[in-house]
Design a binder for this molecule. Structure first.
Ligand code: PHE
Length: 381
């Protein structure tokens, strides 16, 4: 008993519950002891409001050493023989109650804190997300793939060759002899400091995909049907229809009895497959050292339907490629690989992929294809 310093009145200080030692083991006294214990348990449980407090509460009541509940074993120990049964029952009840309350308290606290965690980690799914724009094939590459697919469907296979080429493959084996004026039509960049090499071994950026014709014939016996897509370079001034870097698709078919009508039929079919069945093809006489006869191929202008417009310079026709029958002089370079010009014949063609793409998509300036302007490119996504 203490006295209040303010009033001098006696009051009971709230002391934490401790397990009493029992001397009286009558049912009434046992009831009271159990009641006291359970009400202490209940009120302490209710005042627990944090995870730490819940831990302390658990230790205080159930710690194997000195926990209140384990101490009730003393009651049993000290009870006289005839009361042991009764005390044992109470002790078991207490154990069940304490364990249930400790568990419930812990759940209440943890439940509460995980609700807080949920709240703080909440994601507003209605917020706009991060846009990751999908990439798309560049119109040039798309046109290239589509064109290759048209020829694959006709039984052609795909061949490739290097972009840095030797003078031999780019010119000499294609019947452009050294110092021949036809070389002037395909000026390019050459790799520096090669004067000590023979001309045929000097490196340059290929001006067309035609060197792949020779490279493939060196490796493969006739008959062959190939297309060779790739990048080429020319010393051309940039304008609306020229770029120093562009793409070509080369074609080569060699077999017995290949004729100019095979060439016309093949290219006419390919153009119709790419541009629709109403497109017309037209062959103009032309010259390339590696084909004889040679032709330039034009298609009826897709933009104006052949009536005449700016893109076709009012002619109604747009030139897309060169072609011709493989010159016997070219076969001479690969004669020992089975290409005897007396026994076989073939045709070849080379088309500009940018030109095809411009026709396909109605693009009037080739530079658009190289500037990388997203506003232009995203129209193809
Ligand atoms: N290689 C030629 C050019 O780039 C095109 C061509 C290829 C012509 C095949 C005839 C045969 O202009």
């Amino acid at each position: 008993m203490s006295r209040s310093p303010a009033t001098g009145r006696a009051f009971r200080k709230s002391v934490p519950y401790t397990l009493p030692k029992l001397t009286d083991f009558s049912p009434a006294s046992l009831d009271k002891a159990v009641q006291d214990l359970l009400s202490a348990l209940e009120s302490e449980s209710q005042s627990v409001s944090s995870e730490n407090a819940a831990k302390e509460f658990r230790d205080r009541w159930v710690a194997r050493k000195n926990g209140i509940q384990p101490q009730t074993a003393d009651w049993l120990k000290t009870a006289p023989k005839e009361a042991k049964r009764e005390v044992g029952q109470r002790v078991n009840e207490i154990k069940a109650c304490v364990e249930a309350t400790v568990e419930a308290t812990q759940e209440r606290i943890q439940g509460g804190s995980s609700a807080a965690a949920l709240e703080s980690e909440r994601v507003d799914v209605t917020l706009p997300g991060i846009r990751r724009p999908l990439g798309a094939e560049h119109p040039v590459i798309r046109t290239l793939n589509e064109t290759v697919a048209v020829f694959r469907a006709m039984g052609y296979s795909v061949a490739e060759g290097p972009e840095v080429e030797t003078d031999y493959y780019n010119f000499e084996a294609l019947n452009f002899p050294p110092n021949h004026p036809a070389r002037d039509t395909q000026d390019t960049l050459v790799i520096a400091d090669q004067e000590n090499k023979p001309l045929r071994d000097r490196l340059l950026l290929r001006t067309h995909t035609s060197p792949v014709q020779i490279r493939t014939m060196e490796q493969t016996k006739p008959p062959i049907r190939i297309v060779c897509p790739g990048k080429v370079h020319r010393r051309d001034a940039t304008d609306a229809s020229h770029s120093p870097v562009f793409h070509q698709i080369e074609g080569l078919a060699v077999d017995t009895n290949i004729t100019f009508s095979d060439l016309k039929g093949t290219l006419d079919h390919a153009m119709k497959a790419l541009f629709g069945s109403s497109v017309k093809t037209r062959f103009f006489p032309s010259f390339f050292p590696f084909t004889e006869p040679s032709a330039d191929v034009a298609i009826s202008c897709i933009i104006c339907g052949g009536k005449g417009c700016r893109t076709c310079k009012q002619t109604g026709w747009v030139e897309l490629m060169g072609c011709g029958m493989v010159d016997p002089n070219v076969f001479e370079f690969v004669k020992d690989r089975g290409y005897d010009p007396a026994k076989i014949s073939g045709f070849a063609f080379g088309m500009g992929v940018e030109r095809l793409a411009m026709m396909k998509y109605g693009i009037d300036d080739i530079q658009m294809l190289f500037q990388g302007d997203v506003r232009f490119l995203e129209q193809f996504a």
